[in-house]
Write a protein that binds this ligand. Structure first.
Ligand code: PNS
Length: 165
């Protein structure tokens, strides 16, 4: 029985993330989306908001759950008895950071394997930072985030932009 974690900040979840989630859910028995609760990163959305948004967009996937975690990813993997970490690779620019993270995780727990899925080419440019950049100038986000959360993300970004004017 394979249980995998798809970890990330998901601030907010993008269509690129969702594509990786849907494809991973087909190849593992159970997929846990691990949402990093890291106050040092000062995210736009609280960890509770990010978890709720991810639950909303994955509610049709029966083997997918969403959990917040703090601390080291390998400790979280051990805690929930997951033996696989899944990460998406968009372009060669992702590779160095991903390799460093994977090798660190492997050193910390040799029993946990990392598997990379290459991002669908139509999302290869997409990131949560890009979504935030576009949304704060009031542009529609339909091509970038799942439709269920588009309004919430747009409103939050517009509000933030007005507050800082
Ligand atoms: O979506 P992101 O921000 O690229 O995800 C990064 C994440 C959450 C996978 C990474 O920062 C992480 O695993 N953080 C937990 C701390 C940890 O385990 N660090 C050691 C690996 S270098």
């Amino acid at each position: 029985m394979s249980k995998a974690i798809y970890p990330g900040s998901f601030d907010p979840v993008t269509l690129g993330h969702l594509d990786i989630i849907e494809r991973s859910a087909k190849i593992v028995d159970e997929l846990v989306i691990g949402v990093l609760n890291n106050s040092a990163k000062s995210p736009l959305f609280s960890v509770e908001e990010r978890v709720i948004m991810l639950r909303e967009v994955t509610k049709n996937l029966s083997n997918v759950s969403v959990v917040a975690f703090q601390g080291l990813l390998v400790d979280f993997a051990e805690e929930i008895h997951a033996n696989v970490i899944i990460r998406g690779l968009r372009a060669v620019t992702d590779f160095e950071y991903e390799l460093q993270m994977t090798q660190t995780n492997k050193k910390l727990n040799p029993d946990v394997e990392t598997i990379f899925l290459t991002t669908n080419v139509q999302y290869s440019y997409l990131s949560s930072s890009i979504v935030k950049e576009i949304g704060k100038y009031g542009r529609p986000l339909e091509h970038f985030v799942p439709k269920q959360i588009e309004q919430q993300v747009s409103e939050k970004l517009r509000k933030m932009q007005t507050e800082y004017k």
